[in-house]
Design a protein around this ligand. Sequence first.
Ligand code: FMN
Length: 180
Amino acid sequence: MTTQPFLYVVVCAAGIADDAHKLITAAQDKGWGVGVVATPQGLSFLDTEAIEAQTGYPIRSAWRSPGDPRPLPPADAIAVAPATFNTINKWTAGIADTLALGILCEAYGMGIPTAVLPYVNTAMAAHPAYGRSLDQLRGMGVLIGSYEPHWPKTGGGADRFCWEEALELLEDKIADSPRR
Ligand SMILES: Cc1cc2nc3c(=O)[nH]c(=O)nc-3n(C[C@H](O)[C@H](O)[C@H](O)COP(=O)(O)O)c2cc1C
């Protein structure tokens, strides 16, 4: 493929979302064009102006109106980072009540390589739905990050959350993707 590959970074409302620029920079350094899709809750965690200046595209969060142009090029790959407990469980349940979830639910059927970097605490991770969701995502071919949940109310584990892991996980998939 001669054109620049395009990555969607789906940002959910987790405590470290304001560091999403780290993944954008890493992806751009590897030659990706990047567009951000934030959940409605996740949007308030982001510096919209800074992200839009960095990517050159508007952050998408709401559904566009029928007839409106598509603000982003089609995705060659998707990185969900950070991924919340809420969005992970809704995604696997097939709920598409946010634009981010609609894109993720559709990505499976379209065969778009997708990586997810969950950022949840141990209390959330202990809920039976969470383990079931991760198992289901693995079965769907979604690549899952290695972050181990942090203890609740401790300020999280931003220091050991590896944003670049999303790109590492996607690298092999991208090379094999029939979309490229
Ligand atoms: C300051 C703050 C930090 C949060 N951090 C997390 C988090 O790290 N992981 C998580 O799963 N939920 C976290 N939440 C809860 C989510 O924001 C909440 O479940 C929300 O509904 C998720 O929406 P979304 O999945 O559509 O982005 C946090 C909430 C607040 C207010």
